[in-house]
Design a protein around this ligand. Structure first.
Ligand code: MCN
Length: 797
């Protein structure tokens, strides 16, 4: 009679739908009368538009409308600055449609609406666009030199943001240090590359003044509020729905021009309007992340204890800075990783370039920070002559030091970094065991004797997750089915949220997880909330569901006590029923309680008739509801975290380098992940594995390449390589559960973790594989050509 589902590796409720092809994506929504959008996008990285004539396109048969910025009237606006910060001298965000200057290849200039996408694309060819090319800013270091060209001609320099933060006294640490060194590390530009590109379908009912938008967004409530205020439509008359989605990865949390323009056109035309981004547009029109160059100085004792760090880095923000300093700030605050580092300063400059704008992509600044600190640890180990494991142990924050206050350095939630809990030594022990660390030297020697180059790498990370401000949930016991209904303002983007939240509710209500229906991404079902990003849903939404479900549980027990004429303390909830303890034959089902709690009549329902045999749940047949009572077995709950909760992990991999070709193979991979109390270990494993696969892409394959004029050189899957299953090794995964003291369920986030340490440990493993040569990997990602060049240029030790 037990229904413990929290912490169980149960299969995902959504899988049957998604894996049997029954998912319904934006492009699947039936809209037979819809007209279709194609965008004229800038062919130049930086240019002044001297002529934009759309008259021939407007006359093309099948074209319904062609819009440029002059047609937008009061809606000729810039997109919002999502996260303002005073350190941005001139925060630039993108106009819906460009005015007289374009700032990256792919920027939207004009919108064609036609009876079909084919016609819309044909009409694009008829638009006359003349422009004077302007110098393009692409290289972030050159962009900061005196006399550099500017990304925006109306604004001086290319500095999007500049911020310095300091903890302790780093200069004193450097004066006292026995060991001092400096390093430069860089990581390249990459992007999420979800299987499904972005898309928007909008329908406006002018008679009812109702706007409905189906959008691949991770943030439907942001879209709802923004469109409502922009178009002056009541909040409750704007419905934004995120249908099933083929991956989000952070890219879809951004606010894009089409997300305003498509609904705007639907209002103008009073017809459904649809836009589905194609793959090339996804490469040049949806946001990227990652490019940073770090110059770090390290001060340590002769024993390898870090006394201080001084890091200065430059961060490529692309042509605009809609997410403010979020990525750079996350990188800055995660730089010390799981290590004490009592003194450090970090200073970053976000640089405008004439490239696709940069916003958070899974990991958001953390892979960069992890690469820097973990490479530093490897170098420090060599400097002081201890091994890579020991150097980490000497610097870990110890269990008794939690909560660990980093000092006055502010995280992305605007609060000082306080790491709530962790067990970093234990995590490392488990990792070493899982990857067979002790046996590796013999394995390496054996391989070398066979002419093969094996290496092993490790990396640790911490990750601030579960950011506020809040999330809410509505939980109801359905009176017609007896099943549990949960609505969240957040979105399911492939991360298993429907099942995780079902498990939380099921646990409180004593039902099976598959008897809980979770509604995500529908602003009509839950009109309050923030968005899915920053690995926050399990923490913030999970705890909100628990709050609401507990209230429903208490209500149900109250009604059942009346129905069974027993005290609530004597009742027990399990298997969808409420029992009198010790007398299981005396029970009511949750459905019967839900019916009894609701004054409506369920004429055809046997349970409703059966419910009448119990003592009345309330004086229900009276003419009024009893004072203080509400119909329905339901509750809405909210949860607001005090600050971020810090997950952690340690990964290791054995790699093989083919020194003749520069090819890299991941031979085996192990990960230990600590996301506090685990809701569903099977989902967390999937999350970590998926993240690792993306991390492998960011370590050895993927790089958004631009030429000096700002043209993309690899905007297709023929040239931008993502790893296949053949490149991703089998993984061994272990969970360590260090509950967060910050939330009642002890949960920390998990969704981004997998990708964070992969570049760092890959670099470490390659160094180890090539230990006969003098090789230190400082730049990621590599590819066979660049690795072969490094091997060929390396002196033998
Ligand atoms: N989980 C758990 N126990 C925990 C923490 C998490 O069981 N203690 C499980 C839950 O099932 C939850 C999942 O792990 O559904 C991820 O939880 P969480 O860390 O809260 O992350 P979010 O739900 O907020 O998801 C967003 C996060 C981010 S920011 C990106 S980007 C991302 C991701 O997760 N994009 C993804 N995972 C993705 N997975 C897929 N398949 N596709 C994406 O686009």
């Amino acid at each position: 009679m037990s229904t413990r589902v929290f912490g169980k590796p149960i299969r995902r409720n959504e899988d049957e739908r998604l894996l049997t092809g029954l998912g319904s994506y934006v492009d699947d929504i039936s809209a037979p009368t819809a007209v279709h959008v194609a965008f004229l996008r800038s062919p130049e990285a930086h240019a002044r538009i001297v002529k934009l004539d759309v008259s021939r396109a407007r006359e093309h048969p099948g074209v319904v409308a062609v819009y440029t910025h002059t047609d937008l009237g009061e809606h000729d606006i810039e997109l919002p600055l999502m996260i303002p910060h005073p350190c941005m001298p001139y925060p630039k965000t993108q106009r819906l449609l460009a005015h007289d200057e374009v700032h990256y290849v792919g920027q939207t200039i004009a919108m064609v609406v036609a009876e079909s996408r084919y016609v819309a694309e044909d009409a694009l060819e008829l638009i006359e666009l003349d422009y004077d090319p302007l110098p393009a800013v692409v290289d972030i270091e050159a962009a900061l030199e005196d006399g550099a060209s500017t990304t925006h001609t109306d604004s001086p320099g290319n500095v999007g943001a500049h911020l310095e933060q300091k903890v302790g006294d780093p200069d004193a640490a450097f004066r006292e240090a026995d060991v001092v060194f400096s390093e430069r590390y860089s990581i390249e530009r990459s992007a999420g590359m979800a299987m499904e590109t972005r898309g928007v379908l909008a329908d406006y009912d002018a008679r009812r003044q109702e706007l409905t938008v189906w959008d691949t967004t991770q943030a439907p409530l942001t879209i709802k509020g923004s469109l409502g205020s922009l178009f002056g439509i009541p909040y409750n008359k704007v419905r934004v729905k995120q249908p099933d989605i083929g991956g989000g990865f952070g890219t879809k949390v951004m606010f894009y021009p089409d997300e305003v323009l498509v609904p705007w056109a639907a209002i103008q035309l009073e017809r459904p309007v649809k836009y589905i981004e194609d793959r090339i547009e996804h490469f040049i029109g949806s946001t990227h992340e990652r490019k940073q160059i770090h110059d770090i100085e390290v001060a340590a004792t002769a024993d390898g204890v870090v006394l201080g760090l001084r890091d200065r880095f430059i961060h490529d923000t692309g042509a605009y800075i809609p997410y403010g300093i979020a990525i750079a700030q996350v990188a800055a605050t995660q730089l010390p990783g799981p290590y004490r580092v009592p003194n450090f300063s970090v200073e970053f400059t976000a640089v405008y370039t004439n490239t696709v704008p940069v916003t958070p992509y899974r990991g958001c600044g953390r892979p960069q920070a992890c690469m820097v600190i973990e490479r530093v640890m490897d170098r420090l180990a060599t400097e002081v002559g201890v091994d890579r494991v020991e150097i980490r142990r000497r610097n870990y924050i110890q269990p008794e030091e939690f909560p660990y206050h980093r000092g006055d350095i502010l995280f992305a939630d605007g609060l000082p970094v306080t790491i709530d809990s962790g067990q970093y030594d234990k995590q490392l022990d488990l990792l070493l065991e899982t990857i067979d660390w002790e046996d590796f030297p013999a394995e390496k020697e054996q391989a070398r004797a066979e002419g093969r180059y094996l290496g092993i790498g490790i990396a640790n990370y911490v990750e601030g997750t579960g950011l506020g401000p809040y999330e809410g949930a509505h939980v109801q016991i359905e009176p017609t089915t007896g099943k549990v209904w949960v609505a969240t303002g957040l979105t399911s983007i492939g991360q298993g949220l429907e099942t995780a939240l079902a498990q939380v509710a099921a646990e409180e209500l004593g039902v099976e997880a598959h008897d809980v229906l979770v509604v995500t991404g529908d602003t009509q079902a839950m009109p309050w909330g923030v968005a899915t990003f920053a690995s926050r849903a399990a923490v913030v939404s999970g705890n909100a569901v628990a709050v609401a479900a507990l209230e429903v549980r208490n209500k149900a027990l109250g009604y059942a006590a009346n129905m069974l004429e027993a005290a609530t303390d004597d009742l027990e909830l399990a298997d969808g029923k409420i029992f009198v303890r010790g007398a299981p034959e005396r029970h009511v089902t949750l459905k019967q309680v839900a019916i009894a709690s609701n004054p409506l009549r369920y004429a055809f329902d046997d349970d409703a008739r059966a419910a009448t045999q119990f003592a009345p749940a309330r004086r229900a047949d009276g003419p009024q509801l009893p004072p203080g009572e509400e119909p329905g077995l339901e509750a809405t709950g909210y949860y607001s975290p005090p600050h971020a909760t810090w997950a952690s992990g340690a990964h290791a991999a054995v790699v093989e380098v083919d020194i003749a070709t520069g090819e890299l193979t991941y031979v085996r991979y192990a990960a230990v992940h600590d996301c506090g109390t685990v809701i569903n270990p099977m989902i967390v494993e999937g999350q970590v594995m998926g993240g690792v696969a993306q991390g492998i892409g960011g370590s050895f394959y993927e790089r958004m390449a631009y030429d000096d004029t700002g043209q993309r050189r690899n905007a297709s899957f023929m040239d931008f390589l993502v790893p296949y299953a053949t490149e991703v090794p089998a993984m061994r995964l272990e969970h360590l559960e260090t509950p967060s003291p910050l939330n009642p369920k002890g949960i920390k986030g998990a969704g981004e973790a997998g990708c964070i340490p992969v570049p760092a440990l890959t670099a470490s493993a390659i160094d180890d594989a090539l230990s006969d040569l003098d090789v230190t990997i400082r730049d990621m990602p590599l590819d066979p050509c660049s690795l072969k060049a490094i091997i060929d240029a390396a002196p033998t030790r």
